[in-house]
Design a protein around this ligand. Sequence first.
Ligand code: G6P
Length: 609
Amino acid sequence: MCGIIGYAGSRNAAPLLLQGLRRLEYRGYDSAGVATLTCEGIAHRRAVGKLVNLEALLEKEPLLGTVGIGHNRWATHGKPTVENAHPHTSCNGRVAVVHNGTIENYIELRKELEAEGCTFSSETDTEVVAHLVERALRTGVPSLEDAVAASLTHLRGAYALAIISAEHPGEIVAARLSSALFIGFGAEGVMLSSDEVGFNGSASEVLALEDGEVATLCADGSRRLRGVSAEDMQARITPPSVSLDDIDKGGYPHLMLKEIDEQPDAIRNVLRGRLGTNSIKLGGVEAIKGRLADSRRIYMVACGTSYHAALFGKRLIEGLVRIPVEVALASEFFHEDVLVDKRDSVIGVSQSGSTFDTLRAIELAKKRKALTFGITNRVGSELAQLTGAGIYLHVGPECAVASTKAFTGQATAFALLALRLAYERGYMQDIQPLIRGLAMLPKWVEQALRTRAQIQSIVASISKAQRAIFIGRGYGVPLALEGALKLKEVAYIDAHGYAAGELKHGPLALVEEGTPVVAVALRSKVHTAMLANMEEAKARGAHVIALATQGDYEVPCVADECIELPDIPEELMAIVGAIPLQLLAYEWGVAKGLDVDQPRNLAKSVTVG
Ligand code: G6P
């Protein structure tokens, strides 16, 4: 959830740490801090709120030193205050720590350390690590690496850690357990980051730390991985997978709009090399396709937008492959009563591949000997490592907090998977039109993007509303849920998504004169029923905004506004229909003057439970 950065080299560290934190700000933005090693010891600066506040502080009170660590926080233990902001220091101020994750036994450790005379200055779980390292150093261990390794044996939970010590100037020690951490090697030094984007284009080589590893990074360019030979370490070094172009706004006012606009190409990338003229090739599925297609049941586990993509995947797989699918919120999946066993398959869906709850759910599935499978955008992420089989989206880094291109990428990946499994099971009848449809998808998405001007004028007419209701049926239900989530996240509108049939079982009570009701009314087998639901809402005064298929003459008779989309197979509705709903949320948020890329209280990567 939080972002970690580190630098050891020949340049002044603080400006580089700030640049990295700027790239990592999507991970948390309620406070930030940096610490550097100076000739007098450790110096640090911390500020509450967005990174600009830390930048302003550093301008007034600059930090010197060529080795340092930094952190963006998303508060879990303790409010966003200066005291709770990282880096945290030990009692003597000679050890500083930044941390992402959760130390589960911190209360017990804190009591133990307090009994030994330690004074704590924050409410965080992280601070215990600084004190443990100081304690280990006092026992006379020869290196900071040994002190960190000894301290880690006391910790339970998940962590990515970066630690500096005034007793060991010139180095940073990093450690990882269930929380991503990357090392980047560049001409002017070595960097550490929770995400490759933090290297800000300055790394020519990258190494992903693995669980349980401890690394030492030195300002003189030397580097060590504890217990790993220099040759084995070298063999794991790869070129960076993220370029500056991928993460810049590229002339757009917001990352969210850039990522919405990137979707035709993003979808092309999901399909590339996988979609043939009448076949589907999925490298990550080949070895396990038989077992997946013969599953007694498929479970899907995910959070947030990925959960909505999984709901869409469920309909596709049940419809085309005829395997029962259960979609679970990952946070509700890892309890003992979950009925998963070795006859089942469990698909984890996660853009980042590092969402805590999704990873825990997959771990449970593995314990129960189910086949596990990952759909993720992050190559080498924890989800990819845990599952060992799956589909990478390849939609490029998604940096705006609200997910857009990852959703349509996940939905496209599900379409490929469903078609591949349908083929495996010999259900050929529905496949050909959908394969042709998939080939058309990028073009249809381009057409859908042209609705932006119309959506701007719709927003101008409804932007005073405080509430909105989204309805859909069949393949339109996940879309209604996702449309409502987007509007909530980005425009802070009290938005609700429902299966349209449920309208009369409660939500209609919320409809007043002028309440916007967004209806997913694209051509489908449930079209007539959708029209009836729109009428119900209209009769209670709703302002009905419909997604309609071009040429449909019925929807315009009921809806106040029609956003026309191309005539697509209903199975692909969630992908093309997502575009105007993303634009609606974006334009509404912008009209309200909100920071759409970093909505309040949220973060992109939720690595805590
Ligand atoms: C956070 C983000 C959402 C995202 C969810 C799941 O809440 O703000 O946009 O959908 O996490 O993330 P994942 O990386 O697992 O898809």
